[in-house]
Design a protein around this ligand. Sequence first.
Ligand code: MV4
Length: 448
Amino acid sequence: MKRVLIANRGEIALRVIRACRELGLETVAVYARGDEDSPHVALADRAVCIGPAPAPLSYLNVQNILAAALGSGADAVHPGYGFLAENADFAELCADCGLVFVGPSPAAIRAMGNKDRARQLMAAAGVPVIPGTGAVADAREAAKLAGKISYPVLLKAAAGGGGKGMRLVEEPGQLARALELARREGEAAFSDATVYMEKYIRRPRHVEIQILADNHGNVVHLGERDCSVQRRHQKLLEEAPCPALSPALRRRMGRAAVRAARAVRYSGAGTVEFLLDEQGNFYFMEMNTRIQVEHPVTEMITGIDLVKAQLLAAAGEELAIRQEDVAFRGWALECRINAEDPRQDFQPSPGVITGYRPPEGPWVRIDGVARAGWRVPPHYDSLIAKVIVWGQDRAEAIARMERALGEMAVQGIATTVPLHLKILADPEFRRGHYDTGFLARLLAGDGR
Ligand code: MV4
């Protein structure tokens, strides 16, 4: 592997280019028209235009990206996150073209892509899953199964994920209608009306385990991240470790995540998402077969460069770390700074950043694309920077993040910085006793 095409934009493209450079790999950026001035284009060794601004015509345009890779002499493709990162057909086409796809096999991506199949596969592999069913045929069968599971139950679209096609059913009278709606949402969003059912877990935490694996059967876990601070399934703030895990529970969840990865012969970096209930039971939700936005908090407490590890695994190297060598040190927080206005129901706030002062100082890391004078385009996600801090303990990390965000100034567009300061000041957050309903409660509190 000598030359890597980065099939992405924004902060993750910068992150991947930097990892490539440290490994002595050449980099090829791709960009859509209108994205010529984006920071990833300047940072890469060379750049290729792959189409008009709308993502379906450029960053999701498989043919144009493959042509750019072959035309530029790249021998590998790093997909980043989003766009084509979990598209098994794209991974397969890369291989067909003789390109190394920096990620797991198409089979592993496919196995985890269908949520109800993944659930069955995980149960068979000894990974705890939420009590539930396979595909439900009709309302009569659903009623019988729901009675067995006991209410409340949650209907989920099999092709879903990210909360799409989910319906809560509190009592039998609501079931038939909810099944109809879940089917319709599944059909509309994924062209798949298959629906299955689970016991509804109240006030769960979203706790995910980072996995690293190679092509030689080695798999390690790098501990957890708590991603419970979410709004409509968009994460706002993440931390590692999770304030609610004991070392024993961490070990059990880590081992379960390793079993999950082994079951699909996983390779590279991946994340196994769990729901953690109030009694300390954990259940497999889904596996993300890509590098994640929030990967830096794991890097900060383990000292492991996850993107370099992805590239090395894709190049066929053996994992350089064994489970017993993985050690966790201190506490890390990440705040996602989005070009969105929390006071306008999080409406995107694209436009020119007229002034920008990033936070600086010790134990502060910025993975971002925000620059003074740069125009945030309206066509893509609104993430302009991730502010990541490390502290010796959680209290120090929180104080450091407050200090860092206090230094940060973004002019010309609205951002989520004020909301982050509010989260960090909240007593429930500071106690570490929050769950996936935390942000909705905070936002309902004063209507901001
Ligand atoms: C659940 C659940 C409660 N019980 N499943 C949301 C996204 C999708 N990946 C799974 N999700 C959930 N599944 C059962 N059986 C609650 C959620 C959920 C959630 C999960 C993680 C993070 C934030 C969430 C917000 C609302 C609901």
